[in-house]
Ligand binder design. Structure first.
Ligand code: SF4
Ligand code: SF4
Length: 406
């Protein structure tokens, strides 16, 4: 059974049935795996770990499969299994590779079903991921920040706050941009860009987490609670379009909120702006003389095949020379921040974000652009930790576009 179907039906099935459905997803996918190894090289873990078989997509899937068959959920074994399952960044690379070269197995659904099982058995998530989950439950965000501070970053800006104001276009900011001071400029740049297009938009006064980190870390009950809170707000305020900063929130609304698309159009901001700025290129007057490479966020690219809109936007800016890294689009290397890994340190030989910065430098770029707050943070941390600030900078596309406005 498809994992999304399981989520959709969670309210109507008992716990035993839920567990059996999760086991079914794992056993079925593992049984159909040909062990052809095609999925290995696309997996970021192939590049960042010591490359044991168990650290590959099919290896992780078979580990939970055999744990179920042999019932090894005790002592040291359960921790080894947990660490393996939570190593996955949920980038979706293996799913695409298996589809194009092998049997098209739902590898990621099986891995995430394994996480949900471990969560049910109180084995998962990783110890460092427990607090963010508790904080989502208590405060509506994974950082333990006060809900009443969520719109503080808009001070001094003319932005509609819903309620009491109303707007059909909702600018969904997301927890990281709302609370992380180093990311407020992304939110402010988006406000400036939307205003330059005369879009009538607003921000929710009581915005809460979309629930993505909860689902990625295996907490289906918490995910469903956040989904229902969001859906209630969208419905009661008459939202018709959602424009999201984070590809993670975007993917969650688009693909994981089962009924939303009947009433609401969901767009990532790069799609929204690429459509809106088409034919309005002259708005970008200021020349930005930089060599820019674009890092595809997994939840925009590999999960939703949005590869062109971000590149089209960058090419609208006068002076920009766009270059590609050796791993790009569907072959793009994950930054390492997805799948709940923003909230935990995992054991790796090499950091994925460090490798990505090396690839950007090899491509001759002095800016690595992205369109995801988590990717930005991962890449920026690597630049700082490697003392490369004089050679390359990480920037969200929204900031570059805002700088280029006349
Ligand atoms: S590509 Fe598909 S069939 Fe081949 S090893 Fe990977 S998961 Fe199994
Ligand atoms: S989703 Fe990505 S990180 Fe996870 S196993 Fe598949 S390729 Fe590897």
């Amino acid at each position: 059974m498809n994992q999304r179907k399981v989520a959709r039906d969670l309210h109507s099935i008992d716990e035993e049935e839920y567990i059996e459905d999760l086991k079914g997803i794992i056993l079925d996918a593992a049984k159909r795996c040909r062990n052809c190894n095609y999925c290995f090289t696309i997996c970021p873990l192939f590049h960042s770990t010591r490359g044991f078989m168990s650290q590959t997509p099919s290896g992780i899937m078979q580990s939970i499969n055999y744990a179920l068959k042999w019932d090894v959920f005790k002592g040291e074994d359960q921790e080894i299994l947990r660490d393996l399952l939570y190593l996955c960044t949920t980038c979706n690379g293996c799913v695409l590779r298996c589809k194009s070269k092998a049997t098209g197995l739902p590898v990621l659904d099986a891995i995430e079903a394994g996480r949900k099982l471990l969560r049910e058995m109180m084995i998962g998530p990783l110890p460092q991921q427990r607090k963010p989950l508790k904080d989502i439950y208590l405060y509506g965000n994974p950082y333990g920040e006060k809900p009443e501070r969520r719109v503080d970053w808009t001070k001094g800006l003319k932005v509609k706050i819903i309620p009491p104001e109303r707007a059909e276009v909702l600018f969904y900011v997301g927890c990281t941009t709302a609370y992380e001071p180093s990311l407020h400029l992304i939110g402010k740049s988006l406000v400036r860009l939307l205003q330059s297009l005369h879009v009538d938009f607003g921000i929710l006064n009581e915005e809460v987490c979309c629930g993505e980190p909860a689902r990625r870390m295996g907490d289906e009950g918490l995910f469903q609670e956040m989904m229902n809170r969001n859906l209630d707000q969208f419905k009661s305020y008459g939202i018709k379009t959602i424009v999201s900063i984070s590809p993670h929130c975007f993917n969650t609304f688009l693909n994981e909120y089962p009924t939303i698309q009947e009433e609401i159009k969901i767009q990532h901001y790069t799609e929204f702006l690429a459509e809106a700025f088409k034919g309005k290129k002259p708005l970008f007057k200021k020349e930005i003389s930089s060599v820019i490479t674009y890092h595809d966020p997994c939840y925009l690219g590999k999960h939703n095949q949005i590869f062109n809109a971000p590149r089209e936007l960058l090419q609208m800016i006068p002076g920009v020379k766009l270059v590609e890294m050796k791993m790009t689009r569907e072959e793009s290397l994950c930054c390492g921040g997805g799948g709940g890994r923003m909230f935990a340190e995992v054991e790796e030989e090499r950091r994925l974000s460090d490798m990505r910065i090396t690839q950007a430098l090899e491509a001759g770029a002095n800016i690595i652009a992205t369109a995801c707050p988590w990717c930005y943070k991962m890449l920026q941390n690597s630049i700082q930790d490697s003392n490369l600030e004089d050679k390359i900078r990480a920037k969200d596309i929204s900031i570059i576009l805002s700088e280029a406005l006349n």
